[in-house]
Design a protein around this ligand. Structure first.
Ligand code: GTP
Ligand code: MG
Length: 345
């Protein structure tokens, strides 16, 4: 999963990047950072199988603006656009603290609105141009239909992620078109400690969280400091501040929920591993995540749950007790399924 961190100049993008992906590397203007997705099911499997390798799902964070930044009220620079277009999910970092190098006081709701408007305007421009050209060339068909639906949705002031496009519609739009408001978006208010402690902000956090799963607030500067500490010290620090867990963990859960990702697991003496997939994916599709040969030669999936392994102690015991299910290619994978694929090559 690629997460693009974007937002206006001086909103704290790099600070948030450091908090979410500690130890990330700057490459030219754009910084990349990988984190492993914490997963206690993988930890449990590893404790049973004692494998040579343990692999968690990974998320790549990209500090999209690099050092240039997006300007409030201005169009996105080409480098920023490129970074945003490559992301599976965008994180809009919204400034909620006094930044001495900026003249305007923080106004998160204004910045949130401005940024969303910019995404819309960008898409509107792209779609209008495309529709005009297709009409001029008297083109008809699925692409024009999908494009026209996008156009009227955008003209109504709504982002494309709220338009119900089928897979066919998206395919009809073509791989070349890059529409920013189609990408799932997490709005992240980056608050100062004072703003965080303000009762008004606590109330806002409560009401917004209830309404909107894709909204988060953090204290970026504090989280970045915590992330830089050795793991053992992080917990004490978080407890001291009355924060339950690092923002990174909360963020990962939100991003998974928003993209509707789940993980299935594989376990053996060589490797215990989590594999992220879209919810609703079939066993055969899941097999393809591991290797296209396994998808092509799919025979069946042998599946059990981590809890069953806990109860029976070993895979062999599960087998003897007849607790390992055989599922066919159309079985819908469930979060946490431990799978052994049988296949022919
Ligand atoms: N008080 C406070 N200051 C912050 C916070 N986050 C960032 N800052 C400060 O704000 C300034 C800008 O932060 P950056 O993380 O560099 O912001 P940016 O969005 O990456 O900036 P550009 O890349 O230049 O657009 C720095 O001086 C940070 O220390 C925060 O949560 N609280
Ligand atoms: Mg920066």
């Amino acid at each position: 999963m690629h997460v693009g961190i974007c937002g206006f100049a001086g909103s704290g993008k790099t600070t948030v990047f450091t908090a979410l992906a500690p130890g990330g590397k700057a490459e030219r203007e754009v910084s990349f950072g990988n984190i492993k997705v914490p997963d206690d099911r993988v930890d449990f499997l590893a404790s049973v199988f004692k494998p040579k390798k343990v692999r968690y799902a990974e998320i790549t964070f990209v500090d999209v603006a690099g050092s240039s930044g997006g300007k409030a009220g201005g169009a996105f620079t080409p480098a920023v656009l490129q970074g945003m277009k490559n992301a599976d999910v965008l994180v809009h970092v919204v400034r909620g603290f006094e930044n001495p190098s900026l003249t305007s006081p923080p106004d998160p709701e204004r910045d949130e609105r401005l940024f969303n408007d910019e995404l819309l305007l960008h898409d509107l421009g792209t779609v209008e141009k495309r529709v005009d050209r297709m009409k001029r060339e008297q083109k008809k068909g699925a692409e024009l239909d999908a494009m026209t639906r996008c156009l009227s949705h955008l003209e109504g002031g709504a982002p494309l992620r709220t338009l119900d496009l089928s897979d066919e519609d998206v395919a009809a739009l073509g791989p070349g078109i890059q529409l920013l408001s189609m990408t799932p978006l997490i709005t992240l208010y980056n608050l100062s400690e004072a703003a965080w402690a303000d009762p008004a902000s606590a109330k806002l956090r409560e009401t917004r969280r209830e309404k909107n799963a894709s909204w988060l607030a953090i204290c970026g500067a504090i989280e970045a400091e915590i992330a830089a500490l050795p793991i053992e010290e992080q917990k004490d620090f978080l407890d001291g501040l009355g924060l339950g867990e690092p923002a990174r963990n909360v963020f990962v859960r939100e991003a998974y929920a928003l993209l509707d990702y789940i993980s299935f697991l594989t376990a053996g003496a060589d490797e215990c591993r989590a594999w992220p997939i879209r919810r609703g994916a079939s066993a055969r599709k899941a097999a393809g995540k591991i290797h296209s040969d396994i998808e092509r030669g799919f025979i069946r999936a042998e599946i059990y749950r981590p809890d069953e392994l806990k109860a029976f102690g070993s895979e062999a015991a599960l087998k003897t007790a007849g607790k390992i299910r055989a599922e066919g290619k159309d079985y819908v994978m469930q979060d946490g399924d431990v799978v052994n694929f049988r296949f022919n090559v």
